[in-house]
Ligand binder design. Sequence first.
Ligand SMILES: *Cc1c(COP(=O)(O)O)cnc(C)c1O
Length: 310
Amino acid sequence: MPQSMINEILKEFILKKPEITELISGDYKKNHIKIFMLRLDEVHPVISGNKLFKLCYFLKDTQKSTHKNIITFGGAYSNHLAATAFACKKMNLKCIGIVRGEMPPKLSHTLLFCLDQGMKLEFVSRTIYQKMNEKEFINGLKNKYEDHILIPEGGFSIQGKKGAALIHPYFSDKNFTHICLPMGTATTFAGIVESNVDKSMILGFSVLKDYNDIKERLIQLNVDNFKKYSLIEGYHFGGYAKKTNELISFMNQFYSQHHIPLDFVYTGKMMFGVDDLVSKKYFSPGSQILCIHTGGLQGNISLPQETLIF
Ligand SMILES: *Cc1c(COP(=O)(O)O)cnc(C)c1O
């Protein structure tokens, strides 16, 4: 399959070339470092960030096969479900979202968005959801939904990793000493690490409590042990999608200073971590650091109004 098809798909979703902006701060200057941000959150007005990249190779597969249905998985606030629903609508594909947990009386804004895009939702109990990688569950889906392409939760797969590697050209012409990004399933991180032919050190900020899980995931994604990367823990704020007042005020202060909105599940935690590392002199003078804004801003709608100033 020619690369041109991937370019066609990217063209559908990347309406604005992501800019790299410098974050100006007295603290950075004092430490003789420069910090920049790659604005993947701005590539599309409706949906944005790393999720679209991770979907690219799956979407490409729908073009070459007879499988025109997509099935994927996620929680009620999943950026991945939202991105998949949006992409499938654009490409005239049928899609089914398997949602973790019983159907609530009131659907989240994310799930309403998915329905609006034409995604069919199927709610399964948490116990059953945990078995989503088991043969029996997958076979059940096969029987129920005929031919389809299955995208693992969060795009966690070699295909997803290849898609995330498509982010590399947007910053590869600059010589950054460090590339920072938040990690959930670690798929995006794996793609960035793998495409890193430069001398940059890739720093992954885990938003999950279970650190060992990440190492296991990197093995499953075939990430070479000898590649230059480092896993940063300690900035999960209690675990996935958990938050504290300290995190929220940091995000508001970051917005006041840089006019860039962050999300509370991923990018807020990464930037808090980056600033904390700066204050601990983690980066040596002369460092040129790129932070990847992986999007996910739709998730902020779940916060009570007036939590954030943006
Ligand atoms: C999903 C997501 C991530 C994590 O990406 P993984 O590939 O699962 O590690 C990071 N940032 C945002 C905004 C996301 O939505």
